[in-house]
Design a protein around this ligand. Structure first.
Ligand SMILES: Cc1cc2nc3c(=O)[nH]c(=O)nc-3n(C[C@H](O)[C@H](O)[C@H](O)COP(=O)(O)OP(=O)(O)OC[C@H]3O[C@@H](n4cnc5c(N)ncnc54)[C@H](O)[C@@H]3O)c2cc1C
Length: 306
């Protein structure tokens, strides 16, 4: 028999979305349990940016401060454990935890985030969140006045526009695809296939394929201070699928203006969800925290109405 405890609201996720949701629940003395298995989207990032009052703060410090502040609220507890599965029965959500216990809750806030799947170029993973990034708002300013690379034709027009005032020079690597329209005048374009990328001289050395498709070191590399790529996003956790939540075309959970999913009393926040009018999640710390607050408020409203 599984040992089971009960709470008002279970929050799964200890990133900015889940932490803010737990804080909001604590402020009105709602019983809440937050689960965090320690797998954060920005785990490889040393300093986050574009976060008001925290520009340059290490993400781990931000989470630690949030955890510390949560200890002021007796009704909120944090469990550093993985939730394996969730089901709904008789109006309650039942969470099965990796340690073999279970928790039942009247409402559920999912804030489990997404995982980034990088383009299949050897070497990118080792530099992700450091010299290789996807978002100029997060990583652009640090590359001021330097030569910056963009890998991929779908993102090149948009990102080259954003980076135009920051970089001294922009190099678009098409990886064998046709040159896209809309690149600013002066953009350097390399159309060879990209073979690999590596740390070199404080930046990134991109190795391009020679005419015969083989890597040729001399003259077929591009040195840039930082490289922007387009990751594919996938849900970190299986709960949207287990609960049959409606998804957007992006693969993120579809929510309304109050963070409500297609299932009653299941609220979703952070990178894992967005309004259907958005093409993708806003994917920032501030946006995640804001949606966590909204999700917790909606959970409280749903419980108060019952
Ligand atoms: C390389 C990179 C750099 C970035 N830099 C910035 C930046 O400078 N500024 C900025 O604003 N944004 C930045 N972002 C975006 C930012 O990191 C995300 O928007 C933000 O972390 C989303 O918060 P979240 O709470 O939705 O998810 P996350 O922070 O990813 O948190 C997800 C939480 O869910 C938990 N979880 C998942 N599954 C389970 C499970 N089964 N059981 C228990 N817990 C589970 C995880 O352990 C984690 O606690 C960056 C992103 C990347 C990839």
């Amino acid at each position: 028999m599984t040992a089971s405890t009960h709470t008002d609201v279970a929050v799964i996720g200890g990133g900015p979305a889940g932490l803010q949701a737990a804080l909001t629940l604590g402020r009105v003395h709602r019983d809440a349990v937050l689960f965090d298995d320690g797998t954060y989207r920005n785990a490889t990032v040393s300093h986050m940016h574009n976060v008001v009052a925290h520009d340059g703060t290490p993400p781990a410090d931000f989470r630690a401060d949030a955890r510390k502040q949560l200890t002021a609220y007796d009704t909120v507890s944090v469990r550093e454990q993985r939730v394996e599965s969730v089901e709904e029965a008789d109006g309650l959500f039942r969470l099965y935890v990796a340690d073999g216990t279970a928790v039942t809750a009247r409402a559920l806030v999912l804030a489990t985030g997404v995982r980034d799947i990088l383009p299949p170029v050897p070497g990118l993973d080792a530099m992700w969140g450091d010299l290789v990034a996807h978002c100029p708002f997060c990583h652009g300013h640090e590359l001021s006045g330097q030569r910056v690379g963009i890998l991929g034709t779908t993102i090149a027009p948009h990102l080259s526009g954003l980076l135009g005032r920051i970089a001294s020079e922009i190099v678009v690597l098409t990886d064998g695809d046709a040159v896209p329209d809309g690149l600013p005048v002066g953009t350097i374009v390399r159309t060879e296939r990209v073979v690999s990328a590596e740390r070199h001289d404080g930046g990134v050395r991109v190795v391009l394929a020679g005419a015969d498709g083989e890597p040729v070191p001399a003259g077929t590399t591009e040195q840039v201070a930082g490289l922007f790529v387009k990751p594919e996003l996938s849900q970190s956790a299986p709960f949207a699928e287990q609960l049959g939540l409606e998804l957007n075309a992006s693969g993120a959970v579809r929510v309304d203006e109050f963070a409500r999913s297609s299932r009653e009393r299941v609220l979703c926040a952070g990178d894992m969800a967005h309004l259907p009018t958005y093409p993708m999640p806003m994917a920032s710390v501030v946006a995640a925290a804001a949606s966590g607050q909204l999700a917790a408020s909606a959970a409280i409203m749903a419980l108060t109405a019952r």
